[in-house]
Design a protein around this ligand. Structure first.
Ligand code: HEC
Ligand code: HEC
Length: 326
């Protein structure tokens, strides 16, 4: 019979800890070949991106952001499940354990560089209610490195998305630099015809107007400004600058300033510009509310109460005629 004493407890505990270490740390490293194999999506980071990664760790970004998506995280919206091979080159994978902010595993190409610059300088400028700390003291080199790093998150898929952003960015800048009319024409040319013709389903009521104003303050104000003239504080960083909605006035309904057009742009964002998409943050009715608000308050042309009225999507006429067997 073993008599428990300090020595035996000490040896026993050490043995147990060693066993757990072997099973949890050593064995997976050596027995699981997957750990050392790169995934198909993996690519090596550039020196600038590596520098950004160092800053990411130094500024404690990992205390609020994760960098992995599992099947149980489907609700977070990233397009790809994490694989061990995504992290094979990292000595300290930045998985993170808290999600005070969004998961960043597929952040690359979600936004343009100018959006990130404004957001790092002051997150409240691009997301008025954000509690992410501002980083206004980043030197230019540090800012560029951090942006390069977040744009690299998501490997090859992120590269495809950033390439797409740059392709459209050239066109967006060319249109903006030509003149205001050419810019609006360019912006509207990509809205499918069907969306221009969608009947506006919700009338403007006192309540919907209040909802629209609140959504505008929570999501749009930092860029488009309190009076919709595109002079929100983020404008210093953003190019092409946020649209001045009052320029849409002279384009009238024929020019495409309809509820459906605004809805489409707000839902999908404008690739190549800092205009983000809101389809993950705002449900359909809220997008209508904010587009009606923009149309009424800033453009001065609104089709919300026009005929023919749209109907709520799930509406079916009630068929009251007697059925067979009644
Ligand atoms: C205190 C927690 C906190 C810290 C620290 C923090 N963030 Fe955030 N971050 C957030 C929150 C909350 C959001 C969502 C609101 C927003 O966009 O600002 C966010 C959003 C972001 C986004 C935008 C994601 C998207 O596509 O919408 C990026 C990129 C980002 N953070 C990067 C960083 C980097 C890089 C650092 C370190 C320099 C950092 N964050 C530090 C909380 C934090
Ligand atoms: C980070 C800055 C930013 C935020 C936040 C932002 N926008 Fe934009 N928005 C832009 C930029 C930049 C453009 C495109 C300017 C250009 O290419 O001339 C734009 C364009 C638009 C357009 C296109 C209009 C047209 O005629 O094609 C609409 C509509 C719009 N924004 C509405 C909104 C609404 C509503 C919100 C809030 C829910 C919002 N934006 C939030 C920057 C922003």
């Amino acid at each position: 019979m073993i008599h428990m004493n300090a020595k035996i407890v000490g040896i026993g505990t050490t043995f147990l800890v060693a066993l757990i270490f072997a099973a949890v740390v050593v064995a997976p490293q050596h027995l699981n070949p997957e750990v050392h194999q790169f995934s198909e999506n993996y690519r090596k980071r550039t020196d600038l991106e590596e520098r950004g990664r160092d800053l990411y760790m130094r500024y404690g970004c990992q205390y609020c952001h994760s960098q992995y998506i599992r099947t149980v995280d489907w609700g977070l919206g990233a397009e790809r499940l994490a694989e061990a091979g995504d992290y094979a080159a990292d000595t300290a994978p930045q998985l993170g354990s808290l999600r005070n902010g969004p998961d960043l595993s597929q952040e690359g190409g979600e936004h343009t560089d100018d959006w990130h610059a404004a957001h790092f300088y002051n997150p409240r400028w691009t997301r008025p209610e954000s509690f992410m700390p501002p980083f206004p003291y980043l030197e230019e080199g540090e800012m560029n490195a951090l942006i390069a790093y977040v744009q690299s998150l998501g490997g090859r898929l992120a590269d495809q998305r950033t390439a797409r952003q740059w392709k459209w960015r050239k066109q967006a800048i060319a249109a903006y630099e030509k003149n205001a009319d050419a810019n609006i024409e360019w912006l509207h040319q990509h809205v499918p015809q069907g969306w221009l013709e969608v009947p506006n389903p919700y009338p403007i009521t006192e309540v919907s107007r209040l909802r629209g104003a609140t959504i505008y303050q929570r999501h749009c104000l930092g860029c488009h400004g309190p009076v919709g003239d595109g002079q929100g504080p983020a404008v210093a960083f953003i190019y092409p600058p946020p649209l001045n909605f009052t320029t849409l006035r002279r384009h009238g309904i024929e020019g495409g300033a309809t509820g459906g057009m605004l809805y489409y742009q707000i839902m999908n964002g404008i690739t190549g510009t800092a205009m983000p998409y809101f389809k993950r943050e705002l449900e359909s009715e809220k997008i209508w509310d904010v587009s009606n608000y923009v149309a009424e308050q800033f453009i001065g042309i609104v089709d919300a109460n026009a005929e023919p009225r749209g109907i709520d999507a799930a509406f079916e006429p009630i068929d009251s005629s007697p059925k067979k067997g009644d």
